[in-house]
Design a protein around this ligand. Sequence first.
Ligand SMILES: Nc1nc2c(ncn2[C@@H]2O[C@H](COP(=O)(O)OP(=O)(O)OP(=O)(O)O)[C@@H](O)[C@H]2O)c(=O)[nH]1
Ligand SMILES: [Mg+2]
Length: 192
Amino acid sequence: MISLAKCRYLASETKPERVKEAVSEVAFVGRSNVGKSSLINALCGRALAHVSGTPGRTRAINVFEAAPGRFLVDLPGYGFAKGPIQEVLNWGPMIETYLLSRPSLRLTVLVVDAKVGPTPLDAQMALWLSDHRIDFCVAASKTDKVKPSESFAQRKKVAEFFELSPEELFWMNSEDHKSVAPLRVEILKALE
Ligand SMILES: Nc1nc2c(ncn2[C@@H]2O[C@H](COP(=O)(O)OP(=O)(O)OP(=O)(O)O)[C@@H](O)[C@H]2O)c(=O)[nH]1
Ligand SMILES: [Mg+2]
């Protein structure tokens, strides 16, 4: 039985081809600062991935291993810098090369901000994933920032954007470990 509680840090690489071969893996993508690293920590029940209030904290492909050859992959966020910095660091191509070069990739979790909703870059990412036949699910983060009275309507709105039903959109807040349980189930299924 795979357990995310046993997840440990494995490696940090800036070159996609340097990441070890896996049996199965789940990758996390999304806007910078949306809460990808926090989500990984919530899923694993401890502080594994670096979290920061400064966008662009995760700059490399960070790999965590839940069981031999079973990876969770924290990818750098997009959209925090425009122009030269983004180009020099080559982040877009790094993420895309990674996602296209992993036969073991079972699922990609696209994380979007629950309150902000999907941005044009998130829409582009979803389209890119679909175009490349990469299986993905959408997880809305920071749901604690949405007023409880608006929560249902907001969940429905974000879900509809991705042509999902509200129940198919994971709705979570990294401080509330119970809220990440349904996504954890999905991830464990993918890693099996
Ligand atoms: N209120 C609230 N804040 C959150 C939540 N998840 C993350 N944050 C905060 O959002 C900020 C960014 O979180 P990270 O997990 O570092 O975001 P990231 O997507 O990994 O960012 P990059 O590594 O820059 O791509 C931090 O200040 C977190 O504490 C959440 O569920 N609710
Ligand atoms: Mg991060």
